[in-house]
Design a protein around this ligand. Sequence first.
Ligand code: PEP
Ligand code: MN
Length: 267
Amino acid sequence: LAARESHEGDTLIEINSSRGTVKIGEGYCTVIAGPCAVEGREEYLDIARILADMGVHLLRGGAFKPRTSPYSFAGLGEEGLKILAEAKKITGVPVVTEVLDTRDVELVQGYVDVLQVGSRNMQNFSLLQEVGRTDKPVILKRGFAATMEEWLLAAEYIMAAGNPRVILCERGIRTFENYTRNTVDIGAVSMIKELSHLPIIVDPSHATGRWKMVRPVAKAAIAAGADGVMIEVHQCPECALSDGKQSLTLENFAVLLEDIKKLAEVE
Ligand code: PEP
Ligand code: MN
């Protein structure tokens, strides 16, 4: 189902909201931005309003965070979902968040427009099937040790369960290089375009782990033909409860957004 031959042309995913329709695929460049995690109501609503005014298409924010250490901030859970829903109501911009566990799929889909399956869960087959039974678009991040074939077969699980609206997200893979958090596989963008009709976006934040690399890698992704980018942005990266080192300030994000508008077809 994910294979190029099984679909005529590229898949276009549309998400309706009070502001209009967000399109992902077919050459549109969709910009997803927001903090790594929803850290609090005031902070999130504040950044959501600013990002919405800048023209971001989709707001991100984790409510359930897959942290390497069990003692790190793991997100606000349902309270975070409520804040995301409120941000969407205020701004009219649809929201995306990660769902970590099959037991939370029903809860999460009640609050957000797009579900995200994270890198660590790319081969959690029961989770893939569960999100496959919803009617929400799913951003499927590439496992950091997954081949492109394994990634496409993970997409296949979601589609085989009944949900055709899958967006692939390249977020870097693990290599011997450890200066960066991951190694971004820009070539995957063109390869996936050849192998599949599904939209593919790139997350230069998790792919590099360093905010200074986010702008050049985002531009490279768009130049390579990605259907969008997902960027971590924080009012105060050094105060962030997670992923501050890879988060852009609002000022730096504004600079990147100008670059993106020059490079791509942005509605
Ligand atoms: C995220 O986008 O919040 C995230 C945890 O990313 P990844 O699954 O790619 O590590
Ligand atoms: Mn993050």
